[in-house]
Design a protein around this ligand. Sequence first.
Ligand code: NAD
Ligand code: KPL
Length: 303
Amino acid sequence: MHWHVLGAGSLGTLWAARLARSGVPVTLLLRDRQRLASYRLLGGLTLVEQGQASLYPVPAQSVDDTSSIRLLLLACKAYDAEAAAASVAHRLTPDAHVVLLQNGLGSQDAVAARLPRARCIPASSTEGAFRDGDFRVVFAGHGHTWLGDPLNPTSPEWLEDLQSAGISHEWTPDILSRLWRKLALNCAINPLTVLHDCRNGGLQAHPAQVTTLCAELSELLCVCGQPAAAEHLAEEVQRVIKATAANYSSMHQDVAQGRRTEISYLIGHACAVAQRHNCAVPHLQVLLERLQAELALKGLPTT
Ligand code: NAD
Ligand code: KPL
């Protein structure tokens, strides 16, 4: 199986470099010919692991190339996913599989609607990586990736490629439950870290706020058919706050670095779904509005 990776950022590079070094055929898809020229000048992707940088000369094309794509890894941000998928829709074979690495919820449905013939496979990852240069990524935190198809429990053959590449993973028929659980954790922690301008551990000073959000999120998860994702949510949120006390949340990092956040696919999505189900989430709603105001104040997009 030949992998195409669209989105040569942190996770896309992390996957492409590991697949390529294990001998799996992989091609990087870049936005345009200018990006392709810059990439070729550098000679490949650089992955930094435990302080050691290695160059992987992964072949690349621009999205407007015409060769067909049977297995696509979509590794862009949630707000870019639909447009990125649309840009290669004409190249997908009728039996194409598309792995969706986006955090949060909402973008997966938007992509699936754009690619009605493809088998879309959402994933949820706890791996950590960041860019420290053009086409250069630091593997910052080992983690695990869950993948699944809400419409078809059969696992795809290409999971063997992840095994060979050393990408820790598991196929799960309950991928939606995993994505909802992660979204709930992110909703209970990330916006508050932005508003209090603190590390995750700083939320230990605001236990009532966190507990109230967890109660609303648990109710919402049950209302939208995800009771398993609601189980012991408050306890897990407290555990994550303690375990990651010294870290800044991903949303805090985005805001601190002046980057667009994935707000619409996290707390924005939770509030939109709550409204659709007539489920009252007043504290989440106020948190969303305060977060949007803070983003606007900083000149960042509010969606
Ligand atoms: P990133 O911003 O580092 O990379 C995204 C890349 O996609 C960028 O290089 C961007 O230029 C490219 N891109 C966007 N639209 C494109 C298009 N139309 N054509 C070609 N390229 C396009 O993002 P990331 O950190 O790798 O995150 C990807 C997703 O994974 C996000 O939803 C994020 O929340 C999630 N995630 C990231 C991490 C992490 O540690 N980085 C961990 C877990 C989950
Ligand atoms: O996933 C996270 C993030 O920062 O995005 C954690 C650490 C769980 C905080 O919500």
